[in-house]
Design a protein around this ligand. Structure first.
Ligand SMILES: N[C@@H](CCC(=O)N[C@@H](CS)C(=O)NCC(=O)O)C(=O)O
Length: 237
C-alpha cells in the first residue's frame, strides 16, 4: 500500500457538545479538504491527549498516517503537502513564507485576544471531566485570578479585538479570500479561529455590520459547508 493510500486519522479536541473546537485543528481540517484527503476523526478531551501515543504529544492536532504520527499544525500542513498529490496548499515558497507571517500576526494580534475573551466559555463548554485540568492550567497564567475574575470585564476588551481585525477587513474589501481569488492556508488559519470562537462563545465577537460577514460566510461554506453549523453561537451581535 502506498503511503498516500493508508488511513489518515486526525486527533481533534472535543467539547462536551461533541463539537471539534480548536483553531489549530480546524486549519488542518480545512487543509485536508483543500487537498481532497479523506480522513477519520478521533475525538479527545483535553485530559485524553497524554493518554495517546504514550504521552508523546501535549497538544492537538495530531495526525496519524500509516506509521507516521506527528503534531504541530504547521508540521502537519507541510507533511500533507509532501505526502499527498492534489491541489497544493502553498504554490511557492514565497506564499508559504507570507502565510507564516499571517499566522504570526493572527496569533499575536487576534487569537490571543480571543482567548482572553473566551477562556471561561471554553472551560464551561469543555467536557466536565476536563474542566478541573483546564481551569488549573489556565489560571496558572492569570496572576492569581480565577477564570471568573479574569473575564469579568471582558466586554471592555471587545473593541481591541475588533480593531485588531482591520487588516483582514482592508484586504477582504479587495479580494474574496486572504489567498486572493481562491482560499489558501491563511484563510484556513483565520477561519479556524473564528469557528473555534463560535463553538463556545457566549458573547458575540463582531458588530452586526462588520464587513467580515461575507468572507466568513464564504469560508464556512467551502468544501460543501465544512464549518457551516447552525447550532453554534452567533459571531455577530
Ligand atoms: N502550536 C500548536 C498549538 C496547538 C494547541 O495549542 N492546541 C490546543 C488546543 S487549541 C491543545 O491541544 N491544548 C492542550 C492543552 O491545553 O492541554 C499547533 O500549531 O498545533
Amino acid at each position: 500500500m502506498s503511503a498516500s493510500a493508508s488511513q489518515v486519522r486526525l486527533y481533534e479536541l472535543a467539547l462536551d457538545n461533541g463539537r471539534s473546537a480548536s483553531p489549530f485543528v480546524w486549519r488542518i481540517r480545512y487543509a485536508l479538504a483543500h487537498k481532497g484527503i479523506a480522513f477519520e476523526t478521533v475525538y479527545l478531551g483535553f485530559t485524553d491527549i497524554p493518554t495517546v501515543f504514550g504521552g508523546r504529544f501535549k497538544t492537538v492536532p495530531i495526525l496519524e498516517h500509516g506509521a507516521m504520527v506527528l503534531a504541530e499544525s504547521w508540521d502537519i500542513a507541510e507533511y500533507l503537502e509532501r505526502a499527498f498529490p492534489g491541489p497544493l496548499l502553498f504554490n511557492t515558497p514565497a506564499e508559504l513564507a507570507l502565510v507564516r507571517f499571517t499566522d504570526a500576526w493572527f496569533f499575536n494580534e487576534v487569537l490571543k485576544k480571543m482567548f482572553r475573551l473566551y477562556v471561561k466559555d471554553v472551560h464551561d463548554a469543555a467536557r466536565p471531566s476536563d474542566r478541573p485540568y483546564f481551569r488549573e492550567s489556565r489560571e496558572k497564567n492569570m496572576k492569581g485570578k480565577t477564570l471568573e475574575g479574569f473575564t469579568s470585564d471582558r466586554a471592555t476588551h471587545l473593541p481591541a479585538v475588533r480593531s485588531a481585525l482591520a487588516p483582514l477587513r482592508a484586504h477582504l474589501l479587495k479580494f474574496p479570500f486572504l489567498g486572493g481569488g481562491t482560499p489558501n492556508f491563511a484563510d484556513y488559519i483565520a477561519l479556524g479561529g473564528f469557528y473555534w470562537a463560535a463553538c463556545a462563545a457566549t458573547l458575540p465577537l463582531l458588530q452586526r455590520d462588520d464587513t467580515l460577514r461575507d468572507w466568513l460566510e464564504r469560508g464556512f461554506n467551502l468544501y460543501g459547508g465544512i464549518a457551516k453549523d447552525p447550532g453554534v453561537a452567533p459571531l455577530f451581535e
